[in-house]
Design a protein around this ligand. Sequence first.
Ligand code: AKG
Ligand code: FE2
Length: 235
Amino acid sequence: MQPIIPFSNINWSEAIDSLNQKGFALFSDVVSPEVCHALIEMYDTPEAYRSVIDMKRYNFGLGEYKYFSYPLPAVIDQLRSGLYPYLALVANDWMRKLGIPVHYPETLNAFLELCHQKEQHRPTPLILKYEEGDFNTLHQDLYGEVYFPFQAVLFLTDSEKDYKGGEFVMTEQRPRMQSKAIVLRPTQGQMLVFTTNFRPVLGTKGYCRTAIRHGVSEVLAGQRYNVGIIFHDAK
Ligand SMILES: O=C(O)CCC(=O)C(=O)O
Ligand SMILES: [Fe+2]
């Protein structure tokens, strides 16, 4: 299972512009439909996962997701470690703009070492399965003191053919303002990179923190599967 995207071929200046202006960037043809099918099939292989979450039980919405165990499936591992160095450059620029004294190291391994120093050892990449009526409430995926400000979602199902509803939703909240909603409908093989916690937005008094939350609207019919790629390990 290989990603079909060579990271060095991506138009990074376009992607970085999108991250800076909108807080997210969409990449197409990241994996083939065959890789998507193989990941969906792996949903029923219990050995691949460290835990299974019934979203209703925790009031996270309705549906189920599973956290992968280490070692991660090769395709997820490659996407995570391949994306990290590019995103770390943007992450460091954001921290500088916001005056936050945090520096993200150049490689994913060095960043995971920082997680381990804070007792964050557990893998966070996950696969989510939504059926008719399922949804994911607006949230942030922070699992401890150390976090990476970007995460990715790999869309495994076809948003035209496989399901109805199930939009990817983000809200942005600037200090003392109402939230803005962003609704996206990426499809099979696409990957969305978005803000995990907050992003810098230039206001009249310089950059301010705009908090981002994400979730999934109700699936009205069919089945929707996604893989979430979070960079930090969890406590
Ligand atoms: O199913 C989705 O599109 C979103 C999943 C999610 O919340 C995540 O990957 O962090
Ligand atoms: Fe999430």
